[in-house]
Design a protein around this ligand. Structure first.
Ligand SMILES: [Zn+2]
Length: 221
């Protein structure tokens, strides 16, 4: 089971934690990152003994609870990661990046957004585009896939808007979907322009217009 054990080298090791989530007072956290350390018993003991003497030297070691021990060990490992990170952040603020490095920094920031997407607003389905301000019209009932089979579940409203924005997208009903949900999404998508929330975008190219508009354009010619 992935939850109970983690592959450490060749062997399946017993795994513990995270017992607590640590943050470094560096602003509002947006995601939780789990890092797994494979440790020897000696490393565990070292981490615990540092934490134990630093935090409360008067504490009786015999009465430590399992949870206290784990929080102490994890806390020591996390604290050092976060302190080190803070050091680099402070350094970065002092040393301005040269202008030619800016495209790389922008690309790295985009890579972070891809790897650690922000939580979608709680009351909207995964198919809702972050820039699309419209609310859901119900629970997720369809899965919309792009041509590469990356997909998102969505309500009918956002499913249709996502499908209309994809080149070669497909739509399938979720197992509990009401009758005809995928067909309704497919039909609705035909008259929706790609990225319909971009209200001042040009609509001159066929890739910027709805399937219906393109079909009508084709018949006029
Ligand atoms: Zn939705």
């Amino acid at each position: 089971m992935a939850d109970d054990s983690i592959r450490g080298g060749q062997h399946l090791l017993p795994a513990f934690g995270p017992t607590e989530t640590f943050d470094g007072d560096a602003g509002t956290p947006e995601v939780v990152v789990h890092v797994a350390y494979a440790l020897t018993r000696e490393q565990l003991l070292t981490a615990l003994s540092i934490g134990f003497t630093e935090v409360d030297p008067a504490r009786d070691a015999e009465n430590l609870t399992v949870e206290e021990v784990r929080v102490e060990v994890e806390g020591w490992l996390s604290a050092h990661g976060i302190i080190e990170l803070g050091r680099y952040q402070a350094q970065g603020q002092l040393t301005a990046y040269p202008p030619e490095a800016q495209p790389t920094m922008d690309a790295l920031a985009e890579a972070i957004d891809r790897a650690y997407p922000a939580r979608p607003p709680a009351d909207r389905c995964p198919a809702a585009h972050p820039d699309d301000p419209t609310p859901c019209d119900g629970p997720p009932v369809v899965t919309v896939l792009d041509a590469q089979t990356a997909g998102a579940d969505g309500c009918e409203h956002h499913g249709a808007r996502l499908l209309a924005s994809l080149e070669g997208g497909r739509v399938y009903p979720l197992p509990d979907a009401p009758e005809g949900a995928a067909i309704r999404v497919f039909q609705a998508a035909a008259s929706i322009r790609p990225f319909p929330w971009l209200t001042d975008a040009p609509r001159t190219e066929s890739s910027q217009r709805s399937h219906d508009e393109n079909r009508r354009g084709g018949e006029d010619r």
